[in-house]
Design a protein around this ligand. Sequence first.
Ligand code: 0X9
Ligand code: ZN
Length: 435
Amino acid sequence: MKFVQILSLVASLATAIQVDRQGRQTYNGYKVFRVITQDDSSAFESKLESLSAIDLTHNHGHTGEQHFDIAVPPESLAAFYALNYTADVLAEDLAADLALEGELEPYPGLDKSNILTTASDAAAAALPDASWFNAYHAYADHLTFLQDLQAAFPSNSELITAGTSFEGRDLQGIHLWGSGGKGSKPAIYWHGNVHAREWITSMVVEYLTYQLILNYSNDTTVQATLDNYDFYIVPIVNPDGFVYTQTSSRLWRKNRQTRSSTSAVGTDINRNWPYQWDGEGSSTSPGSETYRGEAAGDTPENTGLREYAEALTSGNGIKLYIDWHSYGQYILTPYGYSCTATAPNSSKQNSLAANTGSAIAKVYGTQFTTGPICSTLYAAAGGSNDYFQDVAGAELAWAIELRDTGRNGFVLPANQILPSGIEAWEGMKYLWSNF
Ligand code: 0X9
Ligand code: ZN
């Protein structure tokens, strides 16, 4: 009996996840591959579980070779090689790439020399120091940053809460408005970091918010946009998952919801929207990265975000919704649930997306692929875009996948935060001048 116990202890140690002194998974010995699956992606998908590989992203679109990006733990490398797939190595050593991402830096505080001079803002505090965008940060610091951003623009903004997470955190955001006053115009609504590991998204969403505030009084496009639209911006809509990526597993994607029916944790909030919910590209299996939940809209995060959207729809309507993701460099338009359904204004959305991509490319040459989600990337039912397009009535309902195309993937070095923000800002200004 004792012998059996010891044997099973040894077996569980062999596959145990390695953690550092802070209890964070090290990913020592993991390699990241881009597996070329030709037209056989779903057959490959079924093999992921036996490899205990992490499903990072894939492309099943019709525009090029189908591929799957996976992170393979050291103990599964031999089994992976034995499958004999053609694969490129994206990262020889995932742990080394994680080290290059940089440490979480503390909140730098305010830039005392940077107080907005708009007449109505006599009470304005200084803006946060722009060195914020030189590093990634802990969740608590993101909340401080947002509070300070609001205090710098007190007459034209307020903090908002778009619901509560499974673990009880507020879905904290900021509402900005212009000369028409609070809540007087159609909405531009942004979600960042719905997928916990996509850290670049909250940084870029914060960069865009910062630029909106900084340039309101000195850039005519920015002023006209903020005077004509109310912005509702939630940089981190999946706070529990985000915190988990910082304390435990950097590559976690879903929320942290537990369910009595399974020991698996987490539902993909972007497969849980209650519209075309039980379709292709979402999983019924609780362990999957794209687990859709037991019922449409049964994540607390989705409930809050949905109710917030409903209020905007019944207010002045939604002009533009963007769900910010990474990685892959795509500007995606509806729909995710079907490759044949087209939105009534799809040609407008697709040409705006293409031209926004060109505006982004003008800055540093970063190429974004544009087009409908399903035909460009893959089928993904229960995603936010389809809900915003058909249920919330948004005129434009996009998902933007930020840098890069796979070399660093979710673990984008901190020195790419600023360029990612700068090019996205040019894209947004193009869009606002032309939509
Ligand atoms: O699969 C997703 O949710 C997104 N890609 S990611 O690699 N960041 O996970 C694409 C979202 C597309 N939008 C919808 N399906 N609505
Ligand atoms: Zn994502």
